[in-house]
Design a protein around this ligand. Structure first.
Ligand SMILES: *[C@@H]1O[C@H](CO)[C@@H](O)[C@H](O)[C@H]1NC(C)=O
Ligand SMILES: *[C@@H]1O[C@H](CO)[C@@H](O)[C@H](O)[C@H]1NC(C)=O
Ligand SMILES: *[C@@H]1O[C@H](CO)[C@@H](O)[C@H](O)[C@H]1NC(C)=O
Ligand SMILES: *[C@@H]1O[C@H](CO)[C@@H](O)[C@H](O)[C@H]1NC(C)=O
Ligand SMILES: *[C@@H]1O[C@H](CO)[C@@H](O)[C@H](O)[C@H]1NC(C)=O
Ligand SMILES: *[C@@H]1O[C@H](CO)[C@@H](O)[C@H](O)[C@H]1NC(C)=O
Length: 250
């Protein structure tokens, strides 16, 4: 049993290079199959300014590796991470300068801000105008269901950004070497990332699943599962429209 996928010998490295004042730098990800880079601005203007209009859900993320023959690589779940899921609309009523649609063709926005514990680092974001080679990484849909929306999405990006998953790996010849994985990093396009979940004004359950099939037909997954509750303060999810947005109230 051999699989290049199960032993992805990855060296992750971030290089921040000051280039020009309006051209803040670039992030380069080196892997065993090459390097890829994405240029970023000093700060995402629209993204940063719309932060305060997002609905927050605080909770827990677990990262679990499953699949293949358990004798070779037993399923592993790391110490859960306390973190947050944020969601919001594409525009802010009454503020025409705050409009994500210039760089993002989705109908809503989500983010799991970067957070780590001793075991895992988790960071996901559907788009950001901080990245100007490729602002949009996810294609996401919302469907009205019950008390909120069912969410579904596919990673469509090709460049590394702040969509990152890091875990220590599982020792063993036919097992995982661990991260970091930057979604879209060169040479790893056989890793398929999808998102599914449900969000309501009170709770969010989000599952981001990476799937690959090894040469022997074994199916392997990395599950990044978040579950959380809406805070008592801050913007609240609004469920009247076709897509999620918030009341944009503090
Ligand atoms: C970087 O941001 C500045 C200020 O928002 C903007 O004027 C400039 O066009 C951006 N640069 C790129 C390459 O997107
Ligand atoms: C999580 O990190 C702690 C501290 O580094 C370590 O002792 C523990 O073995 C790790 N747990 C797992 C499941 O990797
Ligand atoms: C916009 O959406 C389509 C799918 O409907 C996708 O193929 C395309 O890449 C998206 N555009 C950008 C800029 O991401
Ligand atoms: C999102 O909707 C588009 C258009 O209906 C569809 O092509 C795409 O497969 C959907 N994506 C997911 C992950 O459901
Ligand atoms: C993650 O969540 C999905 C969707 O609810 C579920 O099917 C899957 O079993 C969960 N995985 C783990 C390892 O908890
Ligand atoms: C959610 O977590 C963030 C970051 O830790 C914190 O600032 C905020 O107060 C929390 N909100 C609630 C309602 O607990």
């Amino acid at each position: 049993m051999t699989s290049s996928l199960r032993r992805p010998l990855i060296t992750g490295l971030m290089l921040a290079t000051m280039v020009l004042s309006q051209d803040c730098g670039r992030r380069v990800v080196f892997t065993d199959r090459g390097a890829s880079s994405n240029y970023y601005n000093c700060s995402g203007h629209v993204d940063g300014d719309m932060w305060k209009y997002l609905a927050w859900y605080n909770g827990t993320t677990t990262v679990t590796l499953t699949g293949g023959p358990a004798s070779e690589c037993p399923d592993t779940t790391w110490q859960p991470l306390k973190n947050s899921f944020l969601i919001g609309g594409m525009t802010v009523p009454g503020n025409p300068s705050l409009d994500r649609r210039v760089y993002d063709n989705n109908t809503f926005y989500f983010e799991i801000p970067s957070k780590d514990n001793d075991n895992i680092t988790v960071s996901f974001q559907s788009s950001s105008d901080e990245w100007y080679d490729e602002p949009q990484g996810w294609q996401i849909n919302a469907t009205k269901k019950g008390d909120g929306y069912d969410l579904a999405g596919t990673w469509i990006g090709t460049l590394p950004d702040n969509n990152e998953l890091d875990f220590p790996g599982v020792p063993g010849d036919d097992c995982w070497d661990g991260g970091p994985y930057y979604l879209g990093m060169k040479g790893y396009d056989n890793m398929k990332w999808v998102l599914a979940g449900h969000v309501s004004p009170t709770a969010a359950e989000i599952s981001i699943v990476e799937t690959n099939v090894d040469r022997d037909g074994g199916v392997w997954h990395i599950y990044t599962n978040f579950t959380g509750k809406a805070g008592p303060k801050g913007p609240k999810l609004v469920t009247t429209g076709d897509a999620p947005t918030t009341d944009a109230k503090a």
